[in-house]
Design a protein around this ligand. Structure first.
Ligand code: NAP
Length: 323
């Protein structure tokens, strides 16, 4: 159902990305006028083809702007005439780079570039895609339930570059708003690991790592951690709700479906529900209950009325789409 009658323009940064494309798709489905930034306009056709696979037939409401998070060029043009900005783009590599600044600089300075340009253009609200990376990596998860009140301290010893980049970028965004945000509003979404099918099959690093390795039998032991899942369609949905919901102003929202899983749990789900996909999978052992990470999605559900799918639905639909 369309949320509003639309002559409203929204910028999505990073329309080439796994989540960015899904945000563009859902905004077009709702009738918004959409602009999206990509690093090279040579990828325009690829994005249009993926959106066609997602059911979009008319591209009159979509335009592209070439912009890089590490350069000033074209950000003013990107935000021009926009009421809202979904700032989704940020480096999300499969492997850690040798130099953490390869992630921190585009994440932090890119967010500040987008916020400054948006403020100067009179944008009403920016929704920034942060991450659970900015919430849950500075304290022991034992006997604890993480919420939006928690912050990852970027100085935590051993913090991996991607986690650090997201914590630093989100903090910089809130600091900017406090000091020079003017009338503009900021809302932050903190998703856990994003899974789920997308048109065009452009999957993210987390999904490639976790599911393909498991199905191919490359994962031979259960790693000693659990992870939480949120569906890419629900993640785009919470961005769209947060964009206009009055109560979202100035808030951060943890986006996760209920319950965490270990790789063993995912393997068991596949064996039970998709036995034909389990033939190459290695035998795995369960991990101890004390290793499970717990978090609450209550704020997003109660304040925004957000209703995420179950993690089982997301995992199985992802596996079906990956095959
Ligand atoms: P993705 O598919 O790798 O998308 C990342 C996007 O950022 C791409 O469009 C990429 O452009 C763009 N980007 C990277 N560096 C850039 C730069 N220097 N200038 C301009 N654009 C740049 O990953 P994703 O999963 O969709 O991630 C989207 C957002 O969700 C990120 O902010 C990420 O931190 C956050 N997030 C992801 C997960 C997850 O599990 N996937 C979980 C929590 C939060 P190119 O296509 O040109 O590389």
């Amino acid at each position: 159902m369309k949320r509003s009658a639309i002559t409203t323009t929204v910028l999505v940064t990073g329309g080439s990305g796994y989540l960015g494309l899904q945000c563009v798709l859902q905004l077009l489905q709702e009738g918004y006028i959409v602009k999206t930034t990509i690093r090279s306009l040579s990828r325009k056709e690829e994005i249009i083809n993926a959106l066609k696979a997602g059911g979009i037939g008319n591209f009159d409401q979509l335009s592209f702007v070439e912009a890089d998070l590490t350069k000033d060029d074209n950000w003013a043009e990107a935000v021009r005439d926009c009421t809202y900005v979904l700032h989704v783009a940020s480096p999300f590599p499969a492997m850690d780079p040798a130099d953490e600044n390869e992630l921190i600089i585009p994440a932090r300075d890119g967010s500040l570039r987008v916020l400054k340009a948006a403020r100067d253009a009179g944008v009403k609200r920016v929704v920034l895609t942060s991450s659970f990376a900015a919430i849950g990596y500075s304290r022991s998860p034992e006997n604890y339930v993480f919420t939006e009140m928690d912050w990852t301290d970027p100085h935590t010893p051993g913090l991996r570059p991607y986690l650090k980049s997201k914590a630093i970028a989100e903090k910089a965004a809130w600091d900017f708003m406090e000091q020079e945000g003017g009338q503009m509003e900021l809302t932050v979404i903190n998703p856990v690991g994003i899974f789920g099918p997308v048109p065009g099959g452009n999957y993210s690093a987390s999904m490639e790592f976790a599911l393909k390795g498991l199905l191919n039998g490359d994962i031979k032991e259960t790693p000693n951690f659990t992870f939480n899942i949120v569906d890419v369609r629900d993640t785009a949905d919470i961005h769209l709700i947060a964009m206009t919901h009055p109560a979202a102003k100035g808030e951060r929202f943890l986006a996760a479906s209920e319950g965490s899983v270990s790789i063993y749990d995912v393997a068991e789900l596949i064996r039970k529900e998709r036995p034909q996909r389990a033939v190459k999978m290695a035998e795995l052992k369960p991990i101890g209950a004390e290793l499970y990470v717990h978090m609450s999605n209550e704020k997003a559900r109660t304040v925004l009325g957000w209703k995420p799918r179950s993690k089982e639905t997301t995992l199985l639909e992802t596996i079906d789409a990956l095959i």
